[in-house]
Design a protein around this ligand. Structure first.
Ligand SMILES: O=C(O)CCC(=O)C(=O)O
Length: 315
């Protein structure tokens, strides 16, 4: 929808210079035309200061309350994205987590069957329905600004399909190997957009996100899918790992509360947290639920009886 466009003429003056700047402001748009263009050209976009410090601190406090009050004694699932460490593929706890708040351990938190650090320093991630089951995460996930961004990036009906709280723990936080989000959450045609917020300042030492600009233009290379019954579990099609060309990858050393938006086919990753500082992040993934766009039944994430909800744009 085209909104009203106001032209503002701003006059700056100083002892040495006089400058007129014309700004075109469309008050119905959240993104500028330059930001939309950047996203389409590069496959990602960083928006600074999307959340203030109070929101960031509230979310960290909320997740710690969840972890401290959860019964973790029966949680056995370790989450790792490296090919030889993937344990999720046949793990019922993971496969049925689409509509739940579930906990996944960091691999390096364990040695000889024993947890080496306190549980809140040992969790890799919490997934995958905080956005629908916790009021604080619901409030930030269904923020109308996100609906506006989705519309401005071309989505008709923005449905949040999953959320993750990623801990990237000090010293033991594992890498997230290069991947495309459209591998794990795909629609026909592809439509997924990732929203990722750091809750601590990110550096290369604590495992900031890396993006390969323009990589989204080559499409999604691989699918992670539920096997056809009567087989169970998950598989990659094709099974062989993709050898990614990471030439030109850029570190996104974002600050807490910034927002990173990721195209479904953008190759991105993060390295281990080798620092003594945490690097928490919250992310949601949104797909287009418009007529004619299909969310296949072999996507790993299914939540029968608990429909995905739309994030509407701000008015
Ligand atoms: O938080 C990270 O380190 C990586 C997250 C990511 O790649 C994703 O959510 O797709």
């Amino acid at each position: 929808m085209t909104g009203y466009v106001f032209f503002l003429e701003i006059f700056f003056s100083s002892l040495h210079q006089h400058q007129h700047i014309n700004l075109a402001i469309d008050f119905n748009m959240y993104l500028t035309p330059e930001q939309v263009q950047f996203y389409h050209d590069q496959g990602y976009l960083v928006i600074e200061n999307f959340w203030n410090e109070e929101t960031v601190n509230q979310l960290i406090g909320t997740i710690l309350r969840h972890v401290r009050s959860a019964d973790l004694s029966r949680v056995t699932s370790i989450f790792s994205t490296t090919e030889n460490m993937r344990k999720a593929d046949n793990d019922e706890y993971f496969l049925t987590s689409g509509g739940e708040i579930r906990y996944f351990w960091e691999d390096k938190a364990w040695s000889e069957g024993k947890l080496q650090v306190a549980p809140e320093l040992a969790i890799n991630k919490v997934g995958h329905a905080l956005h629908d089951l916790d009021p604080d995460f619901e409030k930030v996930s269904y923020d109308g600004r996100i609906g506006s961004i989705c519309e401005e990036l071309g989505m008709g009906k923005a449905l949040i399909v999953q959320s993750m709280y990623i801990f990237k723990q000090p010293k033991i936080g594992g890498e997230v190997v290069p991947h495309q989000d459209g591998t794990f959450l795909y629609t026909e045609p592809q439509s997924c957009i990732g929203f990722w917020w750091p809750l601590h300042d990110c550096t290369q030492q604590n495992g900031c996100l890396w993006a390969v600009p323009g990589s989204h233009k080559l499409g999604v290379h691989r699918h992670y899918r539920r096997r056809d019954p009567p087989a169970t579990g998950l598989e990659f099609i094709p099974p062989e790992p993709v050898v990614w060309d990471l030439t030109g990858a850029v570190p996104l050393e974002t600050k807490k509360g910034d927002l990173v938006i990721l195209h479904s086919a953008l190759v991105h990753y993060s390295q281990e947290n080798s620092s003594e500082f945490p690097r928490h992040a919250y992310s949601i993934h949104i797909v287009d639920g418009s007529d004619g766009i299909v969310y296949p039944q072999d996507n790993w994430l299914q939540r029968p009886g608990f429909p995905f909800r739309e994030v509407t744009k701000r008015v």
